[in-house]
Design a protein around this ligand. Structure first.
Ligand SMILES: Nc1ncnc2c1ncn2[C@@H]1O[C@H](COP(=O)(O)OP(=O)(O)OP(=O)(O)O)[C@@H](O)[C@H]1O
Length: 224
């Protein structure tokens, strides 16, 4: 699979099969991490080769992938668009074809399961950054996707919230694919992919890949 953006090569031809439960994605700015994960929900399409999530082709369009892949981004304000928490949680479900009452009862069950039932009618703007990020995560979980993609999700959060969310993410049954520049959050993962200039420079266990990446970064210190 390879990818062009604005006719420029962004991912050079490589093949990966992602089966592990928790996979980390590291690499310098511009190495292609966000582009790679955007292939998974059909927001971008490969120039050559193909992408599959389960047996589904993301190029069928983001709508059909919404129940398969959930995305959580760095800044919750870019993701949260509705006035209340419940509306955030029901939007995707209604797009999947659930009736309003079915969507609301599933959203309320999700809030109850995560001990946040009192949040249903809370205005999203009244929540803290960490609480908003929790809403983003719940809005993804309520869709029950098989894969959750996190693109630098914790960088704005304080350490207790970050650790709490990280513990929680690890307890989820879903497959996780997480981009992070904070290598410490990836040490317990099952596999790390290291992208460099759109190529797969490393792929393996965190004990092997993270020190190698850290070492390579040291060699680049001061170079902009
Ligand atoms: N919207 C876009 N249009 C055209 N090219 C883009 C676009 N977004 C990113 N690129 C290019 O794609 C390449 C990879 O960018 P990408 O955002 O995937 O990197 P990244 O590893 O996620 O970086 P970062 O760590 O800074 O988020 C870069 O050369 C970048 O200039």
């Amino acid at each position: 699979m390879s990818l062009l953006r604005d006719n420029q090569p962004v991912l050079h031809d490589f093949t990966v099969r992602l089966t592990e439960h928790r996979i980390g994605l590291v690499g310098n700015n511009g190495s292609g991490k966000s582009s790679l994960v955007r292939l998974l929900n059909g927001l971008l399409q490969p120039a050559t080769g193909s992408v599959r999530v389960g047996d589904q082709d993301p190029s069928d369009g983001p709508e059909s992938m919404a129940s398969q892949v959930g995305f959580i981004f760095q800044n919750p304000d870019h993701q949260l668009i509705f006035p209340t928490v419940q509306e955030e949680l029901t939007f995707g479900l209604k797009n999947l074809g659930l009736s309003r009452s079915e969507a609301e009862s599933r959203a309320q069950a999700c809030l109850r399961e995560h001990e946040r039932e009192d949040w249903a009618d809370r205005p999203v703007h009244s929540l803290s950054e960490g609480q908003k990020q929790l809403v983003c995560i719940l809005a993804v979980l309520v869709m029950q996707p098989q894969l959750i993609v996190l693109d630098e999700p914790f960088s704005a959060l304080d350490l207790p919230t970050r650790w709490h969310l990280l513990d929680w993410m690890h307890s989820l049954p879903q497959q996780l694919l997480m981009i992070s520049h904070d290598l410490d959050t990836l040490t317990d993962f099952d596999r790390i992919l290291w992208l460099e200039d759109g190529r797969l420079r490393g792929d393996g266990h965190p004990n092997d890949i993270l020190p190698a990446y850290r070492e390579a970064c040291r060699g680049q210190e001061g170079r902009l």
